[in-house]
Design a protein around this ligand. Sequence first.
Ligand SMILES: C[S@@+](CC[C@H](N)C(=O)[O-])C[C@H]1O[C@@H](n2cnc3c(N)ncnc32)[C@H](O)[C@@H]1O
Length: 247
Amino acid sequence: MPRAGELTYYQSLGERGRRFALNKPFTGRERGLVMMEIGAMLTLLPPTPARVLECGCGTGWLTHFLQKCGYQATGVDVAPAAIELARTNAVLGTPGAAEFHVMDVEAMTFDNQFDAVVFYAALHHALDEEAALRSAYRALRPGGVCVTSEPGTGHGRKGAGAAAKWDTTEKDMPPKHIARLGKKVGFRRSVYYPQGRDLGRLVFTQDPLGGNALIRFLLSLRPTRYLASLWLMLGHKRNKGITVLYK
Ligand SMILES: C[S@@+](CC[C@H](N)C(=O)[O-])C[C@H]1O[C@@H](n2cnc3c(N)ncnc32)[C@H](O)[C@@H]1O
């Protein structure tokens, strides 16, 4: 069962917040990076047509996007208000073309039905992520894949304010943790990838990337950014990245 705030989050957001959530991925300063992330995840999915389940779909924008790409797409979310928004969300989708259900990802009723399961910024909201992954495993047919893109190490600390404000769950969800639990619930193999958005931030944006004065100076130089992206690809992806689990 989720924390109480997860169930009422979309009511608490207010009109402006709901509009922002409905219009993803076109909203927000980071829209280009979000699209890179979605592009990376899409590349890791089986070819169309295939049956894809999105867990914690919110307003359904990604489920609709997957449907437009040619997948038979289903989205689930525990918040009834989210599913109501998802069913009528016409920003990317044709209402009715994708299927939506109010469902707790920790106890989904699907069995052996999907070629792929996707978690985008949702697994770290589960109180029991092992139960969620077990449920995803059960939903997949043999040979199916589970693709996750989650905030990594350090997110629990950064998200503590939001968790207290909304009464939601925010926790670290690094690929190494997802892979360990994936193995425990039956997945036979896992592979880590860096996040498309992190690579994009390093390579394409002009953003100051944080750190002390020396790090900021080094990261203002293109060659250092390219070297740092190599570090993301080779080393850091265990702590923050995309995880693919194979059934
Ligand atoms: C950060 S939001 C991300 C939503 C969507 N993936 C997006 O990117 O806009 C996390 C979502 O997980 C949902 N959620 C939290 N706990 C859940 C659970 N136990 N089962 C299903 N959905 C859950 C929330 O309702 C919320 O829509």
